[in-house]
Design a binder for this molecule. Structure first.
Ligand SMILES: *[C@@H]1O[C@H](CO)[C@@H](O)[C@H](O)[C@H]1NC(C)=O
Ligand SMILES: *[C@@H]1O[C@H](CO)[C@@H](O)[C@H](O)[C@H]1NC(C)=O
Length: 263
């Protein structure tokens, strides 16, 4: 099901289809329009409905379509829904696995997808599980753990490549699911990199990945979280320019890493 305007009706129909497990229902639109269906979403969650929602074109990386289409608060919205599973895949393989896992998972699922074409980083054999992050870059010399998802994972990988030419090594984690969060992997890798974490997300800081990670490590001594997120009101432009303008590009990750390493 796909609609721009009456998405709240589409969600209602999907909830009806999913009622008592009659079908595996998926409803899909731009993530920005899911806010319109928040009433249906929270009611569906209360009824423990087995419905799957896909929000595409998230974040400033939508680019030229303009700020109204940029979902920058959808993670906050779905994180607040009890028992909602949130997938944030980063390439074609992980997106396909997210759809498969959502279809087989009970309860509400949200899949956040991105507009820009991203390189495929996983082989088709890669195994994905709900609540299991992937460590995609790792060496014994890593000084910082950078946590990304979607487009920002690719920015983190570019930063890692460029920094390695200057003998600065970083660990890179792809969260895959934002909820449940893979707390064990985050803490283990943070401790292995001097307790330093940088989160980078195409979302407002409030209710996003950075805050989820902060909450997860809040009882750990000696872990520091530096957050890169979209602050300020977005505007239209080319996707890469906007990632730069709003401080979540490879360039900003590189600067943030150097600040920590030089400190
Ligand atoms: C929903 O989440 C709560 C708290 O995390 C948990 O106790 C409960 O078992 C969950 N319910 C379902 C249906 O998964
Ligand atoms: C990374 O290196 C490539 C190739 O040298 C360069 O084109 C790119 O601008 C660099 N990125 C950053 C963020 O410095």
């Amino acid at each position: 099901m796909f609609s721009f305007v009456f998405f709240e009706l589409q969600v209602s129909v999907a909830l009806g289809c999913a009622y008592r497990g009659r079908t595996i229902a998926f409803a899909s639109t731009f993530a920005a329009f899911l806010t319109r269906a928040f009433d249906q979403i929270r009611a569906g969650a209360l009824a423990e409905m087995n419905v799957n929602l896909i929000g595409s074109h998230c974040g400033v990386s939508v680019g030229e379509d303009g700020p109204l289409l940029m979902a920058l608060e959808d993670l906050a919205l779905f994180r607040a829904i009890p028992n909602c599973t949130i997938f944030y895949p980063s390439d074609a393989v992980s997106t396909e696995r997210a759809v498969y896992l959502a279809a087989s998972n009970k309860g509400m699922c949200f899949i956040r997808t991105s507009q820009p074409e991203t390189a495929v980083i996983y082989t088709p054999q890669e195994k994905f599980e709900i609540g299991q992050a992937k460590v995609v870059r790792k060496s014994v010399n890593d000084k910082v753990t950078v946590i990304g998802a979607g487009v920002t994972l690719h920015e983190a990988l570019e930063a890692a490549d460029n920094l390695s030419k200057e003998d600065i090594f970083i660990r890179v984690i792809d969260l895959f699911t934002i909820k449940p969060l893979d707390v064990a992997t985050i803490i283990f890798n943070a401790k292995a990199t001097g307790g330093q974490i940088i989160t980078v997300e195409d979302h407002y800081p409030e209710g996003g990945i950075g805050e989820a990670v902060c909450a997860a490590v809040s009882t750990e001594r000696d872990i520091v979280v530096h957050q890169l997120a979209v602050s300020g009101v977005p505007q239209g432009g080319k996707p890469q320019e906007l990632l730069d303008m709003f401080g979540i590009s490879a360039k900003h990750i590189t600067v943030a890493v150097k600040c920590i390493v030089m400190d």
